[in-house]
Design a protein. Sequence first.
Length: 205
Amino acid sequence: MKGIVGRKLGMTQLFDQETGALTPVTVIEAGPCPVVCVRTQAVDGYDAVQLAFDEVPERKLTKPQRGHLKKHGVTPHRRLVEVRGVQGIEQGATVTVEAFAPGDRVKVSGVSIGKGFQGTIKRHNFSRGPVTHGSHNVRKPGSIGASAYPSRVFKGVRMAGRMGGRTVTQRGLEVVERDPERNLLLVRGAVPGPKNGVVVIREDS
């Protein structure tokens, strides 16, 4: 299992001069991510590595954050992410885009774009009501439960509410190109989150 933390810069496209194929790609500025600490099955009950990303001045971190990074000999970074299942990496090493190669299958996790409070049609893909014969039920959700029994609304009924702003993992992506000099990964397709959003790229088993 391989993993790295990065920032989504946006989307572009690659054009193949020979075949004429057009490939949509997402540009991700990934790493370099120093390994802060290593979790092991014997000590912690699971295998993982804690990666740091986005180097910042020391004044922008809290005292516990500064102490944790200083204890492990890592300069101040804004983000700390644990990637599970990673083995064979020692503390103090640095993960770069060179860990991935073109053709690797990856999955990317990020916080989706928040849409605010939305109705059931946009949030859950409900169908609208009739618009003829004076009907006023055009975008209303309809019935949410019986009246006499059980005289309550069951948990989990799909209704209007806040949409987006949650962690989403997009699987089945592929690394098209990498640029070690500029710490860039070009991934085929779209990944969750807005521009400049922090994403976690992991090997897709």
